[in-house]
Design a protein around this ligand. Structure first.
Ligand code: ADP
Length: 300
């Protein structure tokens, strides 16, 4: 029996892709797509040629996070053309193929696997320095497929995104175990939503009145600071939101022998950038989260 022609076709198609990085998470909603999107923006800003492939077939959020909602994929004789944010940042997602974004994609494994195969075989990425692959949460059909389809070309490694809570960390252990079983190197774990950081001026302050009501005293606090200590208005306030008494992702990484890449705080400005499909790095207000992300990306 000769080599699988699909795998050969994929290897040929991706022959000019230098690095392939998988972004994984144990649970949904931990910021995996946000991280993938910002990683792609960051690499593109460093002048690399970047492709971002969304294989979250049932919940594609990449088009929105890259500011590409409502765009269509075009076909040429070279295959499907990615949708470009800039000339060096191309994106492919099932989100571009759905006639109605509100419609649920109810597909069983084989059909999902078929589309992933097509994404790898038929997309004309051209030459890429990095292909960032945003996977769905968990370890299911899509994950097994992507690893299998990329067998011949190899995957540089996986980045696992988690939040600091135990419930999320337990699932990260499963992701690490999955990577070990399928022979994908874990590049590291990112602890996202690790505390809340935002400028003092963005907080709302309230005070309980004698009648038990919450009264908004934000204006009073701001005026007071402005008068007594104006430099305080430039402060960024951070607080632990989730319980990380168990040592969080850093401790788990030490136990499992995988690199810990760093923490990214919950930052309303980062959320806004993601919702509006922008890079957080060009946004002055995204100070803390952008710096944290940059430090993480430099470690890769
Ligand atoms: P996942 O891909 O893991 O399901 P998403 O990336 O879609 O998660 O993130 C879920 C929501 O949380 C999105 O609205 C996103 O903008 C927001 N979010 C993710 N990380 C942060 C963060 N560090 N600060 C603020 N909001 C965040």
């Amino acid at each position: 029996k000769g080599p699988d022609p699909d795998l050969v076709a994929i290897a040929e198609r991706l022959a000019n892709v230098k690095h392939k990085i998988l972004v994984l998470s144990g649970k949904g909603g931990v910021g995996k797509s946000t991280f993938s999107a910002q990683l792609a923006f960051a690499l593109a800003a460093m002048d690399f040629q970047v492709g971002l492939l969304d294989i979250d077939i049932c919940g594609p959020s990449i088009p929105k996070m890259l500011g590409l909602e409502g765009q269509d994929i075009h076909q040429s004789n070279l295959g499907w053309s990615p949708v470009y944010v800039e000339s060096n940042l191309g994106v492919m997602s099932i989100g571009f193929m759905l006639p109605n974004p509100d419609e649920a994609v109810i597909w069983r494994g084989p059909r999902k696997n078929g589309l992933i195969k097509q994404f790898l075989k038929d997309v004309d990425w051209g030459e890429l320095d990095f292909l960032v692959i945003d996977a769905p949460p968990g370890t299911s059909d899509e994950h097994i497929s992507i690893v299998q389809f990329l067998q011949a070309t190899g995957i540089d490694g996986a980045i696992i995104v988690t939040t600091p809570q135990q419930v999320s960390l337990i699932d990260v252990r499963k992701e690490v175990s999955f990577c070990k079983k399928v022979g994908v190197q874990v590049l590291g774990v990112v602890e996202n939503m690790s505390g809340l950081c935002q400028p003092v001026t963005e907080f709302k302050f309230t005070r309980m009145t004698e009648t038990g009501e919450q009264k908004d005293v934000t204006e009073w606090v701001m005026e007071y600071m402005k008068e007594k200590a104006p430099e305080m208005l430039n402060l960024i306030a951070c607080s632990e939101v989730f319980d990380s008494s168990g040592g969080g992702a850093a401790k788990m990484c030490r136990e499992m022998g995988v690199p810990f890449l760093g923490k990214v705080p919950l930052d309303p400005q980062l959320c806004r950038a993601a919702e509006e499909g922008r890079s957080c790095f060009a946004d002055q207000k995204c100070g803390v989260s952008a710096t944290a992300l940059k430090t993480i990306i430099e470690k890769l």
